[in-house]
Design a protein around this ligand. Sequence first.
Ligand code: BMA
Length: 845
Amino acid sequence: MKQFIFLVISCLMIFNSCSNTLEKRVPQKIILSDSDWFFAEKDSLNFLPANVPGSVHMDLLQNQLIEEPYYRNNENELQWIGERDWVYKTSFNVTQELLKHDAVELCFEGLDTYAEVYLNEKHILSADNYFRQWQVNAKEYLVPGENTLQIIFQSSVQVNKDKRRADSVPLFDDYAYSRKPAFHFGWDWGPVFITAGVWRPVYLKAWSDAMITDAHIIQKSVNKNLAELNASISVEASEPLEAILIVEVEEAGIKEQLDVSLTTGLNKLACEFKIENPELWWSHGLGEANLYEVKTSLVSKSDLLDSKETKVGIRDIKLVQNPDELGSSFHFELNGVPVFAKGANYIPQESFQSKVDSADYRRVIQHAIDANMNMIRVWGGGFYEEDYFYDLCDQHGILVWQDFMFACSMYPGETEYLENVKQEAIDNVKRLRNHASLALWCGNNENYIGWRDWRWPGKFPKEDSAKVWNDYLALFEELLPEVIEEYDKGKDYWPSSPKYGWGYPVNSDGDSHLWAVWHAQDPFEVFLEKENIPRFMSEYGFQSLPEMKTIEAFTLPEDRSIDSDVMKNHQKHRIGYPVIDTYLKRDYQWPKDFESCIYISQVLQAKGIKMGIEAHRRAMPFCMGTLYWQLNDCWPVASWSSVDYYNRWKALHYKVRDAYAPVLVSPLEEQENINIYLVSDEQQEQQGQLLTTIFDFQGNVVWESNQDVTVPANTSQKVASFKTNDMLKGHQRNELVCMTKVIVDDQIIANNTLYLESPKDLNLKKAKLSYQIEKLGEDALQITLTTAYLAKDICLSFPELEGFFTDNYFDLIPGETKQIQFRSQALRNTNTPTTINIKSLVDSY
Ligand code: BMA
């Protein structure tokens, strides 16, 4: 949150520096988040210091009235907070000067959620939507000198209950009644913390004459020779005024000027301009994410009235659904190039959003970049993310699949509710539509499939179920697409993710969430079945435990076993641990202790999801996207994430990085053969060598092949097929490994490993690993490893040192030397460690 305050303050500084010459004219912002805030339970007079932006939970914690919410089972003790009403108040000074402006607005960027706002004891606003921005003309209520602001937050739990009780057709989830992040009410990876408070900045905005309220940079047509753009500018004027609108794009040498006659109220201005030979915006892996800065200024005579800067990536993005012989395609096309989407589903980073700062945003996007992703899905049970999140996606070429905030439920359809949603959609579409990264608007998460496949209609009497379905249609098939049509015309809208679950013979169009793995407990191998490979896989996943250091942070030693109450509470899926056990027993030996259990759960998760990713990529161009569930966590928990709450990469994230590499070599045993597939997201075909070797576990070559190979551009191809029996040369399958490498210009551009038996049946032995540790600069170590026997899923750690291994959870074969770096700031203040913890699969049972 800090960066937003910083941003607003810097805007203020810019305004102030101009205001020496243009005193009355330029808009001013007075940040009220900076003043002293106090909070209390409603009807108590015990006001205590509070933080804005923030939440009641964090304020109670800061005042030492509650324990750390994520620790042990504290969640259970804190449910009372969400059931009570809370009051926030502040006072602030307003100058005579400020009140001389034509308008003074009180702006809330986010209120959580049912809020009655009083300015100098006058009721000025009733808010009822977490996702909306609220503005009130405050001038008539403000006085020179001290002013008071008081906000009463009603318990969302109570409001939901009341609304459900009063509903003629009560819906099955209370949370559906409020426009508040669904995950606050608990999810299968998230705790129940029903927050209240001022969750985004609040400020006064004072302006005279005219103010730019919005700059929408519409990309009318884009190709590599020419971009035709339209700056659609909204200006609020307090009186009729002659002015000049200036649109500048310095990098492109553009400066357009337009004389405009403003009328009182809202004015819609348009300024068309062209950029020749634009530097296009590309997603990660395809090219540079070029951005232009478009500056819009409004000038009257020689005075600057207002200005706005917007970063624009020039690109043509669309979702292509063309009929073909197998159904209909479902892929994103960027500047005419079909993009295979590689990414993950993203959830909010915290249960308490005020804990998230700009460094957290940079970190999470960096995890995506480091794992070769080019798309993130912002899932519909959280919230429309901060501007900074999308700025980072713009800068780094991460496409965003953006859900509207509806998940796993049916929602009301009353006029008042729909009007509230409409305003929410307008607020957020207008806020986000300029972002180059924004690729798709999606109506909801799993509401449609729930209704169609999960027997939701049966939850209602027949006549009522018709109403609930009609309400669905009104919201997702009418209201939301209409908002997109009006406010972000041309951007694609997809009513619900997914179109298909599993169990469909051929998913020949749309997207799919495949939960046969995990929820139906089918083996990972179902990922390989043709009927389970959709056009676009927008969800699939498998859980694991976070690493021991993460668990230590929320437990006492006596909690550190799977069946402790604390570990059970940090597992939110009903049968989470038993499901992990089921899969574990299929493929692994039973772990000997809790630490081994953590380790195996990660290795297992990585194995399964890697299988899925490779199957999806091999199926290119039939399948054109894979977004696994889920990238991150909102608290320390056992979950489907690949990076845990403390930013520690699980085994999965390393495997994802490899499986999402631009070129993938994927060996697969199919019937009698081992087939080698090459998948490339590169735009150029490449020539190289394909090396396929069968080793025994002592590192002896049993069989090998070296052939010239063409790495195809932007597609998948089977490039070799070998008879398995010929390759084994009479050896046992459980003591062999097949390693494949692709070499282009003496560089290994892809490699991969295939075992012929399940890990539990492999003839593994205690591996003798040798290592050397050397210091590399101030804050890195180089670790060199060799082994005398095949070591599988090697996990390195320094128990006392926090840091990042450039590779981990890898296999090592005799004859190979592996070099890894370990990066840690802590190395600046410690001696170079001489020992390192190394374990591999064989050590876990
Ligand atoms: C999908 C998601 C989430 C959920 C996940 C794991 O259905 O949309 O609702 O957390 O599965 O169960």
